[in-house]
Design a binder for this molecule. Structure first.
Ligand code: LGS
Length: 452
């Protein structure tokens, strides 16, 4: 690329992870079990029966991991807190050892000049709360605000950027509609209730933050732009359904105070009427939106449950190891769509990255370094960061970019089979080896994007 790209001053370059995917030691120091500990220990739920019992052992290696971030030159680190380390029963008794773990992590990040972005909920609800109905219980809004408040009191000021939920769409679609993710339910009737309660919980956590916190709080959503497979009216309608379901279902109530009408069409009798006060709770003023972007979908009308849409594979497309099409333009389109629909809200790219078949860690070269050559990931990141720049040029207020992920880690139901890290993890020895993409990303950061 010959064009030199200039990113705004203060634009933050970082990397992201999530508690269940990297920490290990899920029951250490008084923590309670989460739905993911329980789900992964249920036979047949994860590939090869993989669990988060050890993962990247970050719970014990956090200090070295922060040193690694520093070595890579990261300016920001997005991580999540495990609710059941803080409140082992989900509400009530606080487990101080859990709070201390994150407090030490935050101090270490700050001491190394790395800005923490803290996600309250990245999918690991305390199992004790699932026993009380989980996200299907309307009380979850109070539970979540109580949990958030414990952390706001302990960490606000040191943490200045807070996220309520990570990807409510995935939580509901995976956890309550199709059952591939914890807690593994499959119900068209439950899914809208779980979604709605997640958004009520989001609203309650933001409200609680405004009473205690002094800085910024936002919501992270996954957005996958939809493009029609043909110019037929049926495909255009399919695109509207898919887009409403995945992309508008959460941002619309959070920012506009309503749901898109297509949801009633999709869910039929399973779509409830909600009391007006719920909408008022959900629509809180937000300081930013976090966008997680991986791929697009080319969508057609088809018989499928419950959306009646299908995804058309692109014969000339490039696909990642998880089977997702590489489509950088979709990130620019996504960011400009958010601005156009919801107005000028600050945005972060809170996740973007790819799993590819990486070669094994090479034998040490002449300088004693061990490399992992991952040109496809480098190319993916280069194109997507450039796409972010295009959106900035188009007038979007984008404040930072977090690569998914810092480390190879536990990819939920897919276990350890898919590696998204810019740093390779040897799960036998826990050795970390920066891949070529990490070295490349370090240069991007050091040049503030000019070396792209
Ligand atoms: O590890 C997760 C990453 C990996 O890919 C992370 O915990 C999540 O927040 C996030 O959902 N992640 C992710 N999402 C990509 C979803 C793409 C779905 C495309 C399906 C096409 C058939």
């Amino acid at each position: 690329m010959s064009q030199v790209r200039v990113f705004p001053e203060g634009f933050l370059w970082g990397a992201a992870t999530a508690a269940h995917q990297i920490e290990g030691s899920p029951l250490a120091d008084g923590a309670g079990p989460s739905i993911w500990t329980r789900f992964a220990h249920t036979p047949g739920m994860t590939l090869n029966g993989d669990t988060g019992d050890v993962a990247c052992d970050h719970y014990r290696r956090w200090k070295d991991d922060v040193a690694l971030m520093k070595q890579l030159g990261l300016q920001a680190y997005r991580f999540s807190v495990s609710w059941s380390r803080i409140l082992p029963e989900g509400t009530g008794r606080v487990n101080q050892a859990g709070v201390d773990f994150y407090s030490r992590l935050v101090d270490e990040l700050l001491a190394n000049g790395i800005e923490p972005l803290l996600t309250l909920y990245h999918w690991d609800m305390p199992a004790a709360l699932d026993d009380r109905g989980g996200w299907l219980n309307r009380d979850c809004a109070d539970w979540f605000a109580e949990y958030g408040s414990v952390l706001y009191r302990a960490l606000d000021g040191r943490v200045k950027k807070w996220v309520t939920l990570n990807e409510p769409w995935v939580i509901t679609d995976g956890g309550y509609l199709h059952g591939a993710l914890a807690p593994g339910h499959r119900s068209r009737f439950e899914a809208p209730i779980a979604s709605h309660n997640l958004m009520r919980a989001h609203g309650a956590a933001v409200q609680a933050y405004r009473a205690i916190g002094q800085h910024e709080i936002g919501l992270v959503v996954n957005i996958e732009p939809k493009y029609a497979a043909t110019d037929s009216a049926a495909d255009a309608a399919a695109v509207k359904r898919a887009h409403a379901y995945m992309n508008e279902q959460y941002l619309d109530p959070a920012l506009l105070g309503s749901y898109p009408p297509e949801l009633r069409e999709i869910f039929g009798e399973a779509w409830p009427e909600w009391p007006a006060e719920d909408y008022a709770l959900i629509k809180q003023s937000l300081d930013f939106i976090g966008v997680n972007y991986y791929t697009r979908s080319v969508t057609k009308d088809a018989i499928s449950y419950p959306l009646n849409t299908g995804v058309v594979r692109q014969p000339s497309g490039t696909y990642t190891e998880t089977g997702w099409e590489v489509f950088p333009q979709g990130l620019t389109d996504t960011l400009t769509w958010v601005k156009q629909r919801y107005g000028d809200i600050p945005m972060y790219i809170t996740e973007n990255g790819a799993a590819f078949f990486d070669p094994p860690v090479a034998e040490p070269d002449a300088s004693g370094e061990r490399r992992v050559r991952d040109p496809l990931r480098m190319d993916y990141l280069q194109k997507h960061i450039s796409a972010v720049h295009d959106a900035i040029q188009a007038g979007c207020d984008i404040r930072g970019y977090m690569v998914w992920s810092l480390l190879d880690n536990l990819e939920w139901s897919l276990g350890y089979s898919k590696r998204f890290g810019v740093v390779h993890v040897n799960y036998g020895t826990q050795e970390r080896t920066p891949k070529d993409s990490a070295r490349w990303y370090s240069n991007v950061i050091a040049s503030h994007g000019r070396s792209l």
